[in-house]
Ligand binder design. Sequence first.
Ligand SMILES: [Zn+2]
Length: 455
Amino acid sequence: MNLINKYVQLICIVLLLAVSVVFLSSSIGITSIFPFSEEKSTITKIIDDNSPASGESVPAMEAFPPDSNPDDTPGDGTAMKEIAMAVAPDIQGVIGRNNTVYGKLISCGLSPTQILNLTQAFNKTFDFRAAGPDDKFQIFLAGNNQLKKFIYSPDPLREYIAERNETGCFTVSKQELIPEKRVEAIEVSLDSSLSKAILNNGEKQGLVDQLVNIFSWDIDFYLFPRKGDRITILYEKYFIDDTFIKYGDILAAKYAGENGSFSSFFFDGGYYDEQGDPLRKMFLRIPVKFGVKTSGYSIRRFHPVKKKYKSHNGIDYGARMGTTIFATANGKVIFSGWKTGYGKVIILKHPNGYLTYYAHCSKLIAKKGQFVDQGETIAKVGMTGIVTGPHVHYEVRINGKPVDPRRIKNFKGTPLSPRKLEQFRTTVQSRLLLVEEKTRQNSKENRLVLADTPE
Ligand SMILES: [Zn+2]
């Protein structure tokens, strides 16, 4: 009797439990009770060519040990839910060196038929034969290891998305990504070279070149810089998901040096000094192109003048053989050939009675009678004529008489109209405030980093 009672009790409890489970699942939905039962797709595997596990698929359970219920994770319930909501790829990675898209996808466990279908769908929009080793891909799988969705990005600004439709075919769409613009500022002090000063602040050579171009009418980066000179730059940078894409414009820059100070503000498509006078002038300060490959604007190279100007009518800029020589001003080629002592030389005629000479070239590019623009390549650095090493001898003459290129009057372009000038002044004020704010922010961050460093 007692035993039968126990059985009845037990059956009642079991029934009660069953009824409540059915009730719960119908009212909330069974998936919300077991949120991770179908979540294989939330586990991301980064394929790395160095990783020995490359090509194997990762079972979902590896992410969450068998006995752990993710909902029990103390404190971090919301973060877990967010991960579950985001549809992360099952597999992602890069194509890698000496590999093809086909080879990579085979190693990811896709069947040749699936890959063929995918390739055919892609043919109209992107040719996989043009794939590069750094191209990124993402794989989204349905059950049975069937490919559901595939994302291919040959560069950070493009994504091709292939999705499988009901008929089993893939439709491919292209998505252009718009980078996010950020404005940043740095303040650097020159120690050994301009490039180093800027690169040491986490920036790239592209920013150095842009800065040098802006000041190329005012600063002879060979002779002018001194140790301790201070440079401030306010500039635009483009990002996609915190990945640097490219530089935008330099909005403002200041060079405060022992030999003088210059400032520049980007306005209305051009650069102006603080007074609103355009930086673009009749003459560039130097006739040779430098970059990280030549001198990197190092201070050591800032004193290449072997002979004083007075003794030989020009300035010698030492540079590697073959370095680009450009016209310092718009003009007409009146001589392109050999002249005793000068070796291979180009002579340009400019307005107001000016002539410029570019001597000891290895190669002459501009031809006699040709009109050239300021900054246009006219020759290559060499050591023809009477020389001891590769350099360009740069000479300026007014009405036939040699003058010191560093002392010529540099004619300015058209200044801003009064109405524009007013606008310009407002721009200058806001940029200066922005520089102040950004550099203060930087130094604060630096201080924080310092404070975090254990002594
Ligand atoms: Zn010389």
